[in-house]
Design a protein around this ligand. Structure first.
Ligand SMILES: [Zn+2]
Ligand SMILES: [Zn+2]
Length: 404
């Protein structure tokens, strides 16, 4: 059964590459996607799926009902691009100035459509349903996931899986991580109001640059002195601005930064701690502060059972040496929201270019991956769906052939 689906996936691969390259040439930024969801919806409609558009804003959801009753599996791919100028030298490079698919979401989309095509052609063998979640705006907080969930994309879904290609891991290498996999990602802004004046008379003013410098150093104590060393956290100041002239003490200075954590109690603690330090440091100089802390995506917490399922399947398909348990990452992903609702797991699949000089990190102007990574993601998704539906069927006939 599985082999038949895999060979069909290989057959449609050229179409998927064409689809991916079309998205690559015409990328769309988060929250402004118009053509991309339309192309996705057309593809799914042609497969005979039930298709909903405008889900949560710009999302597309296709539902495949198997011929036999059973559980419902959701698979998710994101489709937004980034505000980056494409500097690759390939014939399918971005035709849109300043916008580029530099994270592989075009490949996620085409790969998931391939899975939808193959499974929809074999719906008579499915005991259960498959929901294809094509998500807009992963790259920009608050992200599309939250809105799509609010609009019902997980209604009746029992389990959800998502995959991300990696431009630096070798082709087909699979990374899984049970539990905390990606961090809570928040941002903060502190505006310091002092008292500007002539630089030659500093005693008459309150210099917000000195206050800010002291504050910046004081913030370093949070992770080094206040967070349990066994728990992880990052507080990074990424911007410190104020003043322009040579002889003017400015009125105001602004500090911006990001916070990454895994535990919610650490997250709460850091949010409060930054404020306390900002207020006390500024007060000691006679300056005042305005503080704004914005919560981004929550941590991606992978469910043990589903992570183990994907790991076993990956070992079975690609061999033990291609699969590894990876460390938690300080990056963030709005797949986290799906995992707050239903069990599931988010995993990584390598797609590094063969030529080392073509390997660049995600969000780099020369980012690219091997398109074959789609096949690895596709096979993992197909096998996981078959495995879940055959093991978890609540009613209906057991599949005649096992998925192995
Ligand atoms: Zn990205
Ligand atoms: Zn991404």
């Amino acid at each position: 059964m599985k082999e038949k689906l895999f060979s069909r996936l290989e057959e449609v691969y050229p179409d998927l590459v064409a689809f991916r390259r079309d998205l690559h040439m015409y990328p769309e930024l988060s929250h402004t996607e118009v053509d991309t969801p339309e192309k996705v919806a057309d593809f799914l409609t042609n497969l005979g799926l039930e298709v909903k558009t405008g889900v949560g804003g710009r999302g597309v959801v296709g539902t495949l009902k198997g011929s036999n009753p059973g559980k419902t599996v959701a698979l998710r791919a994101d489709f937004d691009a980034l505000p980056i100028q494409d500097e690759k030298d390939v014939e399918y490079k971005s035709r849109v100035p300043g916008i580029m698919h530099a994270c592989g979401h075009d490949l996620h989309t085409a790969g998931l459509l391939g899975v939808a095509k193959v499974l929809s052609e074999n719906r008579e063998t499915l005991a259960g349903n498959v929901v294809f979640i094509h998500q807009f705006a992963e790259e920009v907080i608050p992200g599309g996931a939250k809105f799509m969930i609010e609009d019902g994309c997980l209604d009746d879904v029992d389990v959800v899986y998502g995959a991300h290609v990696s431009s630096t891991d070798s082709l087909g290498a699979v990374g899984v991580k049970e539990g905390n996999a990606m961090a809570n990602g928040d941002t903060f802004e502190i505006e310091i109001s002092g008292k500007g004046g002539h630089a030659a008379s500093p005693h008459l003013g309150i210099d917000p640059l000195i206050v800010g410098s002291q504050l910046l150093l004081n913030l370093q104590q949070i992770v080094s002195r206040q967070v349990d060393p066994i728990k992880s956290a990052v507080v990074s100041v990424t911007s410190f601005n104020g003043g322009e002239g040579f002889n003017v003490i400015p009125d105001k200075a602004k500090i911006k930064g990001t916070v990454r954590t895994f535990d919610d109690d650490v997250r709460d603690w850091i949010e409060e701690s930054i404020e306390k330090i900002a207020v006390s440091t500024s007060n000691s100089f006679g300056a005042s502060v305005k503080y704004n802390y914005v919560r981004g995506y929550p941590a991606v917490v992978n469910h043990p059972e589903e992570t183990e399922r994907v790991k076993k399947i990956a070992i079975d398909l690609f061999g033990e040496r291609m699969v590894r348990d990876i460390s938690p990452q300080m990056g963030m992903e709005d797949f986290a929201y799906y995992l707050k609702e239903v069990p599931g797991t988010f995993f990584w699949v390598g797609g590094a270019r063969e030529e080392p000089s073509e390997v660049y990190p995600h969000h780099h102007p020369k980012f690219n991956v091997q398109e074959k990574a789609m096949m690895y993601i596709g096979k993992l998704f197909i096998s996981t769906v078959l495995d879940y539906l055959s093991n978890k069927k609540s009613q209906g006939l057991r599949q005649k052939e096992s998925s192995k």
